[in-house]
Design a protein around this ligand. Structure first.
Ligand SMILES: Nc1ncnc2c1ncn2[C@@H]1O[C@H](COP(=O)(O)OP(=O)(O)OP(=O)(O)O)[C@@H](O)[C@H]1O
Ligand SMILES: [Mg+2]
Length: 253
């Protein structure tokens, strides 16, 4: 039987060669990792939910004119995306203090920030994705100053869109991380949102109860991760609440 070419297997996803040059198939696994993969588990249904949720957010971004790598969803676990040159940075946008920022500055989680704050970490698992100043990024050539200006503008637009959508369903967007990639139009480069946007890469708190609806449920053992992600999907009308309990993933479309 013909086998498609695996380009990369990461912690949460697998990339396969796509059907046309310049495309990739992004397969969402059920694996959950935290603390740079120190903690690992298989969470049944997570991949299906993240595939749908990332499709939902990327499509919405496209509709408000923010370019992304997303082309279309192929089935329960896979989506077709444009192949990009990933800029080796995690672009983090924070609206409220949480996680490493709260620890670093001794702030209480949930403290509102005076304005959205963007930070960058260098994508390198061996180093634990260290926080890096813009100076390093430019000096080491990971991105130019012009790229960084575009990345900041892109990240803030994503923040506006995502916070609005979440606010509409009673969820506070505490922070999130995106990856940005380059695509080439002849000699010209465009920057697009790549990778995924899902509760794996956002902090989402219920507006009234403060209940965590993101990967912190797994990081901090706060309950069932699939239930939390299903709740986000349900509120956004992304899929029926019982979809993750289907016996076997079935091909749709
Ligand atoms: N459109 C794209 N084109 C090329 N690479 C992409 C694209 N979208 C995402 N990627 C890359 O695909 C990989 C997705 O796999 P996964 O998220 O499981 O990786 P990971 O274990 O988090 O590791 P990494 O540190 O590389 O992100 C990431 O390395 C991501 O940067
Ligand atoms: Mg990743």
């Amino acid at each position: 039987m013909a086998r498609r070419k695996k380009i990369y297997e990461g912690k949460a996803k697998i990339l396969y060669e796509g059907p046309e040059p310049g495309t990739l198939v992004q397969y969402f696994k059920d694996d959950a990792t935290a603390n740079n993969a120190e903690k690992h588990a298989v969470v049944e249904g997570k991949g299906v939910l993240n595939n749908r949720l990332s499709e939902f957010f990327m499509t919405g971004l496209g509709q408000v004119g923010i370019p992304t790598h997303f082309l279309r969803r192929l089935n329960m676990r896979e989506q077709l995306v444009r192949q990009v040159e990933i800029i080796p940075l995690e672009v983090i946008v924070r609206n409220f203090a949480a996680g490493s920022m709260a620890r670093r500055l001794g702030m209480e989680e949930g403290t509102p920030l005076p304005r959205p704050i963007i930070e960058f970490s260098f994508k390198d698992d061996k180093l634990g994705d260290p926080l890096v100043p813009e100076e390093y990024i430019i000096a080491f050539g990971w991105a130019t100053q012009a790229d960084l200006d575009d990345i900041v503008a892109l990240a803030l637009r994503v923040n506006d869109y995502l916070s609005g959508v979440m606010y509409g369903v009673g969820i506070k967007l505490v922070d999130f991380k995106i990856e940005v990639g380059r695509v080439w139009d002849g000699d010209y480069q465009r920057l697009v949102v790549a990778d995924e946007i899902s509760p794996d890469s956002c902090r989402l708190w219920d507006m009234s109860s403060g209940e965590r609806l993101d990967k912190d449920v797994f990081r901090k053992d706060l309950g069932n991760l699939t239930d939390a992600y299903t709740e986000v999907a349900r509120r956004l009308g992304v899929m029926p609440s019982n979809a993750t309990h289907m016996p076997k993933p079935t091909l749709i479309n």
